[in-house]
Design a protein around this ligand. Sequence first.
Ligand SMILES: [Zn+2]
Ligand SMILES: [Zn+2]
Length: 433
Amino acid sequence: MSIHHEFIQDIQPKLVEWRRQFHRNPELGFMEYETTYAIGKELEALGFTLYIGRDALKSTSRYGVPSSKEIQQHEANISSSMEEEWLNKMKGGHTGLVAVWNTGRTGDHLAFRFDIDALPIKEKADDQHLPYKKGFHSQNQGVMHACGHDGHTAIGLGLAHFIASHSSELNGKFTFLFQPAEEGGRGAKAMTDKGWLYEVDYFYSGHIGIQDLPVGTVAASTKGFLASSKWNVTFKGQSSHAGMKPEDGRNALLAAATAATQLYTIPRHSEGVSRINVGKLSAGNGRNIISDYGYLELETRGETKSINDYMQEQARRMIRSSADMHNVDATIDFVGETEPMICDDEMISIVKETCQSSSNIMHIINIANVSGSEDASFMMNAVQSHGGKATYMLFGTKLSDNHHSPAFDYEEEVLTVALDTYIHIVKGGHLFE
Ligand SMILES: [Zn+2]
Ligand SMILES: [Zn+2]
């Protein structure tokens, strides 16, 4: 039994413990203060060089930052045990951190990205749902780790422990990006624009679940992640008495409703996949009032950047025309974005070759097809445009329900498989000789 096998066995209970700790205390994008603190304290103790919050992000490249009211409310609730210095670095929605380990020996520069945010979902509270049954369900009302980022964070900590404890056998440099606000494609660009990826030789990220694959199956790469853009649209009109002076009103409710239905009529593009969705519509003040307010949250997606640009251009026209039709104003806030991403073929062979000796990995798929969107795309494209290679993997597990649903859960054994994959990659290609 190799030394690293023992490492995996020893750290297994910690992986589960970390995952449950993060699951218990989920935080929304750009509000992952306690999550960042917990990660940071662990890495600090291991000897990593840390760049926290503001030092890890380009502030102005953040998308869809929560309102200052929401941020202040959350900051006020943060456990008093957090050191002032850490809180100051994160204040105003600057969460997440970058941790660097330099072996001091020449070698490749590897970067790993783990997303850490949760979702605005009320977790299911019944005994069918394991986190509830075992008592590690969300303690943060209305917020839930319903995508698996609690697990991603735990895997990242496990890998950091491996690198710190095996540093004398390794060469090169390792950069860990614990990224905030993946949901909605809001956080990766801010880390990318800070410049962490420009000198990276190999970039690895991945996701638990996504596809229905058994534990022990790993996809060495993925394809089909779509470029996307996320908008909040506000319609402003003029309210008026609906009985006495309807002609003085300018109806923003109708403009929003018109836009919502018309957006779905955008012709599809012959060159590839596209998507449009209005996920939220709100409007109106009351029965006898012409509504002066309408609001939509929507997203466009496209297989390529140009298809997504086409979708955006069409959507802009639909919104403008709907506003014109009802003589109201429309403003579009751009709140999130992902790019298309292409994994490098070379990475498939690296994952396959390095992982074939793992006793935890039963089956490796070359490429898994997906159709979501991922803002790791910004990081991958930054690495690749500077001559590095990148991949985005999937780690199989049965899911108790869909991603982003209140009963979402996965098999915790996937944490071991994913960690073992990363360890084999690090060990295989980058051992000191
Ligand atoms: Zn998600
Ligand atoms: Zn996710």
